[in-house]
Design a protein around this ligand. Structure first.
Ligand SMILES: [Zn+2]
Length: 650
């Protein structure tokens, strides 16, 4: 089977932000997943470079328009290359063969009498390159999309008979429930079409930066409107109107788009395709927007997240994992360093990274790094059944573009692995001379890691290659079929040591940005920061710190596992506190006057986790509890609801 996956072509009026990265990560993940399954896959991305806005931006930058477009387009391409995005083709709407394809499509639509010439008069927003009916304007004047002043424009224009396709579109939505994903968005599109479609102006005479009219029409003052030009990229990239080399990839499996351009993709695009007598794409997948720390991102606020900056600080694969795991497809997501760090530490480092380290360690100790899976089925039927169940469930989530659920399910494999180690205690079996049992458990977990790595590879291709190297196998369609589809185990192999995959992150790594965030409301320059700090401090009667200073402190939720009195001390208790898997601390706390040792066991506390260890009464203390004290005594600060041990506070 062949698959065709696309991102939108990105408009070259600014550099890539986190939203572009998100669309691209989803499309890349989907394309990698299809390849893993053995499907011939074409993955398209690129840049949209025409229109009045680009012409104006180039003028502002005192550059020839093409040069300006070249530069911005290159920033996208370079970023995707740096991120190792596996696109098959990078299309630019200024490519010659694309422009030829657009002209051919235009002629075909004309021949079908789907395009006609008339006059257009309306309220036009230059920035959005859209005419708006008067009823949609804000205060009768401003653009409903961007808020800028619109102007009345009357111009000769060619029109596409969109109204002709109303019924056909409605019928298509009805018969193809997967056409718009998430399905919850289909209603809004259906209602829009039911409300009546106006014919669409598809040329402009007010500017020149666009695809020229086909020569045969002798109507040079028009250029083709950007939406028609842009949407056609999905077929010109396959050679439409030219050599048609890859047209066998059509129709597209999924066009991934942001929800702001869903309407163009779910209404205009299928109508254009119907006019061209081409089949419609299987799915238009519309994702939500990203906010930052709960706020809308904007240049003026200075809180736009640069994907490059985040990946430089945290690694691109951790960013990919975070974005795909954090947000259900279609919903809006929030980017915050705390949430990102939390997922790195608890899910990547604790659940996955530590499991691999434990297996490397145990196999080294017990069997000189040799893994033999022969006895796994003998001792671990239950676990194997549970693993198969998880593996069988995954494809459904990917095909529904529920990557967050896919990952959530996939993570159950690590729970099965960790639970198997806890339950079967290989170190005890080794002591008891039950070596084969111990080694079977180690082999079980090694196989779990191998299977999980295969299924995680579309999301984290590099990291999983490292895991596969450690386990001495390769991730490809062959191993996918053997280990995932046919449920086989890796037979006999040697483990290689690899450095820890996910070093824990103790404090946010983008300090400057955090400080900028803290100051964004004040719109001030760095030089005046100190003065501002001093003045504000005077107002509050406190020594104000930057938010970055606060995040220097790693605060975590801990679960008290054990507690006992410290002999010869009235105040001190010695606690064992879990801060997540593989992170158990001994903490000496001066709280005995308010809390008995027994009353603390299995309760939760808040712990300063990155305090330098110190000795109290000769006992090592590896953290500090948060508490408030007044004349009535001392009260521990606890999470209001139970939280996973190790959860970051902040
Ligand atoms: Zn606008």
């Amino acid at each position: 089977m062949s698959k065709y996956i696309t991102t939108p072509i990105y408009y070259v009026n600014g550099e890539a932000h986190i939203g572009h990265a998100y669309t691209t990560f989803i499309a890349d993940t989907t394309a990698r997943y299809e390849r893993l399954k053995g499907n011939k896959t074409l993955f398209l991305t690129g840049t949209d470079e025409h229109g009045q806005k680009i012409e104006e931006s180039a003028q502002k930058n005192a550059k020839p328009t093409q040069e300006f477009a070249d530069e911005i387009s290159a920033t996208f391409k370079n970023l995707w290359d740096e991120f190792e995005i596996s696109y098959s083709k990078f299309i630019r709407t200024t490519d010659k063969d694309h422009m030829v394809g657009v002209q051919k499509a235009f002629v075909k639509m004309l021949e079908k009498d789907d395009i006609y010439k008339d006059f257009y008069e309306g309220h036009y927003c230059v920035s959005c390159e859209t005419f708006f009916p008067e009823t949609q304007l804000v205060d009768g004047e401003f653009c409903p999309d961007c808020g800028r002043t619109t102007s009345i424009v009357k111009e000769e224009s060619y029109f596409f008979r969109l109204s002709k396709y109303e019924d056909k579109l409605l019928q298509h939505y009805k018969e193809n429930p997967d056409f718009i994903m998430p399905r919850s968005r289909a209603n809004e599109i259906t209602n829009f079409v039911k409300g009546g479609l106006h014919d669409l102006s598809v040329t402009r005479t007010s500017f020149t930066w666009g695809v020229k009219m086909p020569k045969s029409l002798h109507d040079d003052k028009h250029v083709i409107y950007v939406w028609l030009d842009a949407l056609l990229n999905y077929i010109t990239a396959l050679g439409y109107g030219d050599d048609e080399a890859d047209m066998n990839f059509w129709p597209a499996s999924t066009h991934f788009v942001g929800k702001d351009i869903l309407r163009f993709h779910a209404i205009y695009w299928p109508a254009f395709l119907m006019s061209l007598d081409l089949p419609l794409p299987k799915t238009i997948g519309a994702h939500g927007w990203w906010t930052r720390d709960g706020e809308k991102m904007s240049k003026s606020k200075g809180n736009v997240v640069s994907p490059k900056e985040v990946s430089d600080a945290y690694g691109v694969e951790n960013l990919r994992y975070f974005m795909l795991r954090e947000v259900p497809f279609g919903q809006d997501g929030d980017f915050s360093q705390r949430a990102l760090i939390d997922r790195i530490n608890s899910e990547l480092s604790n659940d996955l990274g530590n499991l691999l380290n434990r297996i490397i360690g145990m196999s080294g100790k017990y069997s000189a790094y040799e893994i033999d899976s022969t006895d796994v089925a003998k001792y671990h039927t239950q676990e194997l059944d549970a693993i198969d169940k998880v593996l069988d469930s995954l494809d459904h989530y990917m095909s529904e573009i529920q990557i967050h659920r896919y990952l959530e399910e996939l993570w159950k494999l690590f729970s099965i692995g960790n639970a198997a180690i806890t339950e079967h205690e290989p170190w005890v079996k080794i002591k008891d001379n039950e070596t084969d049992k111990a080694l079977a458990t180690v082999a079980l977990v090694a196989n779990i890691l191998a299977k999980a790595a295969i299924m995680l590879s579309p999301i984290m291709p590099k990291t999983t290659t490292t895991i596969a190297n450690a386990l001495n196998f390769e991730i490809n369609n062959k191993s996918y079929n053997e280990l995932v589809v046919n449920k086989k185990l890796l037979k006999l192999f040697n483990i290689k040591k690899v450095p820890p995959l996910f070093p824990r992150v103790e404090a946010p790594l983008m300090q400057e940005v955090l400080q900028a965030e803290a100051n964004s409301s004040k719109v001030e320059k760095k030089s005046s920061k100190k003065k501002e700090k001093f003045e504000s401090a005077a107002n509050f009667g406190e020594n104000l710190i930057e938010i970055g200073d606060f995040f220097e402190t790693s605060l975590k939720v801990g679960t008290v596992l054990e507690a006992e009195n410290v002999p010869k001390s009235k105040k001190l208790l010695k606690l064992k506190v879990s801060l997540g898997v593989n992170d158990t601390r001994q903490i000496v706390a001066g709280i005995r006057e308010s809390y008995s040792a027994e009353s603390l066991v299995e309760t939760q506390v808040c712990v300063v986790a990155n305090l330098k260890p110190t000795k109290l009464m000769g006992i090592m203390s590896e953290g500090m509890l948060l508490a408030a004290k007044d004349e009535d005594g001392l009260s521990l600060i606890r999470p209001e609801k139970p939280k996973k041990a190790g959860t970051l506070i902040g």
